[in-house]
Design a protein around this ligand. Structure first.
Ligand code: HEC
Length: 140
């Protein structure tokens, strides 16, 4: 309790006149870095803290894709997995389809299944991360 009151006081009176280095937002606010890590742009070595729930969902989605989606959709979603031709898996990277489809539609298909695609009971966060993964692999 005492420490909290002290640190609040310290923040109120920046810049400090005590001779200590001035506290800056850079010392504290890592949200930009967090966003980069969530997008997979920072190496694991630059990640000295616990994963955020969003990062965890992204990691689970990556695992889920590799174990449950790749066999039909292929690594990028082009429909070139080993079973892709058999079930006629569509190319999810097509820009014209990506233009038309809403995130919510993709999530609904993942949840409910469609045609030859089985349904998947995943958390909302993991489903959303799978949608994000499909968006990321959109062809130019
Ligand atoms: C057994 C093969 C199979 C597996 C496994 C599979 N899919 Fe599919 N997926 C399909 C097929 C086939 C379609 C086309 C369905 C249709 O339009 O009739 C499809 C369509 C989709 C679509 C597009 C739906 C639309 O709006 O047209 C998305 C998104 C998708 N799959 C995501 C996933 C994800 C994510 C996973 C893993 C969790 C997955 N699929 C696993 C076969 C599969």
């Amino acid at each position: 309790m005492g420490a909290l009151a002290l640190s609040l006081t310290a923040c109120d009176h920046a810049p400090s006149s005590s001779g200590l280095p001035e506290w800056t937002a850079k010392d504290h606010d890592r949200s930009e870095e967090n966003a980069r890590v969530a997008q997979g742009q920072a190496p694991p070595s630059a990640r000295p803290r616990k994963a955020t729930p969003e990062e965890e969902a992204t990691q689970i989605a990556e695992l889920t894709w590799g174990t449950q989606c790749t066999q039909c959709h292929g690594p990028l979603g082009k429909g070139d997995g080993p079973n892709g031709a058999m079930v006629k898996a569509p190319d999810l990277t097509r820009p014209d389809w990506q233009e038309r489809v809403k995130d919510a539609d993709m999530a609904a298909t993942i949840r409910a299944g469609k045609g030859q695609m089985p349904k998947f009971e995943l958390s909302d966060a993991v489903t959303a991360a799978l949608v994000k993964r499909i968006r990321k692999n959109r062809a130019p």
